[in-house]
Design a protein around this ligand. Structure first.
Ligand SMILES: Cc1cc2nc3c(=O)[nH]c(=O)nc-3n(C[C@H](O)[C@H](O)[C@H](O)COP(=O)(O)O)c2cc1C
Ligand SMILES: Cc1ncc(COP(=O)(O)O)c(CN)c1O
Length: 220
């Protein structure tokens, strides 16, 4: 973003900002647009611009949402890492349909993503796990994510146990921990405007095997 655009964002905060959405053309690609917006969010000083809400749905249709950190994205999809024994992972095993939501408030921007998930490869998960700090690696072993604590000190004790187990060694990548890649079939870019006359730019595809996105706009 230019300095002028930043000033305009500040002055119009809450009223809709004055950054324009690009017009459609044949080359319209939602991943490229996401890349631009994600860069803007990174440059804007927002804390954790990569924080994203992930919504899953249980077998009986109960949706649930939680925040995760998006660690990478490209044409193949959006990747986050978690415990494969967690509630979200169990729900994703049963039902691969998923929705992501990002909100960059100072930019007055929201991105909605709908798609299906697949697990990242063991190699990809291990590479990411190995890049984490030691404390978070031990934490991944210690946390039985989404399970009830059986007694108040259980987590602390498990951290101690794994610190001892891996003392003086590299902390290995646990097979129960890894990535989910969200392959999008719908993406919507929302840009706040004055008088609530926001822009909504949508991309949809019916066939996951190609990159043919239909584009349209929605009333705010
Ligand atoms: C900003 C933020 C980022 C988070 N990032 C992650 C993440 O990348 N992976 C993860 O497993 N949990 C992350 N969490 C914790 C999750 O929100 C959630 O509590 C946890 O994954 C268990 O969810 P579940 O029981 O629905 O599976 C994050 C929480 C916050 C507030
Ligand atoms: C439980 C958990 N797992 C994974 C992450 C992802 O972040 P990182 O890999 O940077 O720890 C987070 C971030 N808050 C988290 O809380």
């Amino acid at each position: 973003m230019t300095f002028l655009e930043k000033i305009r964002c500040l002055f119009t905060f809450g009223q809709g900002v004055a950054l324009s959405l690009p017009e459609f053309d044949d080359a319209s690609d939602p991943i490229a647009l996401f890349d631009t917006w994600f860069n803007d969010a990174n440059k804007s000083g927002i804390l954790l611009p990569e924080a994203v809400s992930v919504s899953t749905c249980s077998k009986d249709g109960q949706p649930s949402s939680r925040m995760v950190l998006m660690k990478s994205f490209d044409e193949r999809g959006f990747v986050f890492y978690t415990n494969y024994g967690s509630r979200k992972s169990h729900e994703l095993e049963d039902n691969q349909k998923v929705a992501l939501l990002l909100h960059w408030n100072v930019l007055q921007r929201q991105v909605r993503i709908e798609g299906t998930v697949e697990k990242t490869t063991l190699e990809e998960s291990a590479n990411y796990f190995n890049s984490r700090d030691r404390g978070s690696k031990v934490g991944a072993w210690a946390s039985k994510q989404s399970q009830q604590l059986t007694h108040p000190n259980e987590l602390k004790e498990r951290v101690k146990q794994f610190e001892q187990e891996f003392s003086g060694k590299d902390v290995p990548h646990p097979e129960f921990w890894g990535g989910w890649r969200v392959k999008p079939h719908y993406m919507e870019f929302w840009q706040g405007r004055t008088s609530r006359l926001h822009d909504r730019l949508c991309f949809e595809k019916n066939d996951q095997t190609n990159n043919d996105w239909q584009t349209f706009k929605l009333h705010p």
